[in-house]
Unconditional design. Sequence first.
Length: 290
Amino acid sequence: MEKTHSSSGRIPSNKGYRYYVDQLKEEKMNHSYRDIQQKIQSSIRMPYKEAQEIIETSAEMLSYLTNYTALSIGPETKNSRLTGFRIVPVTKGQYMAILVTDKGFVENKIFTLANHIDSSQLEKIVNIFNEELVGVKLSEVYHKLQNEIPIIIKKYVDSEIDLFGIFKEVISKMDSERIYVGGGMNLLNYLETNESEKIKSIYSMIHQSKDLHTLLLSNQDDLTVRIGTEMNNELFNNFSMITATYDVGRNGKGLIALLGPTNMPYHKIINIMRLTSNELSDSMHDFYQD
């Protein structure tokens, strides 16, 4: 046990929480969580059109149920392939490209062409993309856009178009793990107002740092609880992180996580994570089978 200051009551140490959590992980869930299970089901089991909608919703729902910061990662993007490509005129000179992968992820990119290009040339570009790139791994799409596709397009389209410059960012984004964040501001509830620099550092890490990606994926057990210093990052010494994987069969595994104070109600939170991972597995299986 430890004290926060001379007049405070005793609180469990990280070692105390660790012993308690290790016992909890062996327990089976009882029926008292049926209401929470129904809320999770009604949130996740909707007729979504895109995989990322399911993943993003899971982060928002977890944050709502717990008042903590939730993070969600979709199935592994390794070996993802491009399965669809369209270009849609938006305004004069502006176009939207829509790209879809076999993992159910959709990205769009609005771009501007200075030179006039008529609809027949646009159609030729779309046809070339579909013939040369659909069904190809995203890493190879990136390479082909840089080297082969410009040569092919030059044969059929008069206008000079830097397709690699237009699409390199969106292809790279589609070929990388994306972390969806729910309730990012909830972290402020567990930090002192005089910790402004720490608040900025944590908020920045959650939204744009590769360190967070490393932290989340450093352990791929079905369910993992890391308490305070176990995360090996001083920013999170007073936090705990619970991660759980969900299985999407041949499409790989995804991950959900909750970041909250070390004195969180572990029994409840662990069971919520188990329920959510199970429902995500079922929902994503159904999505890929449709």
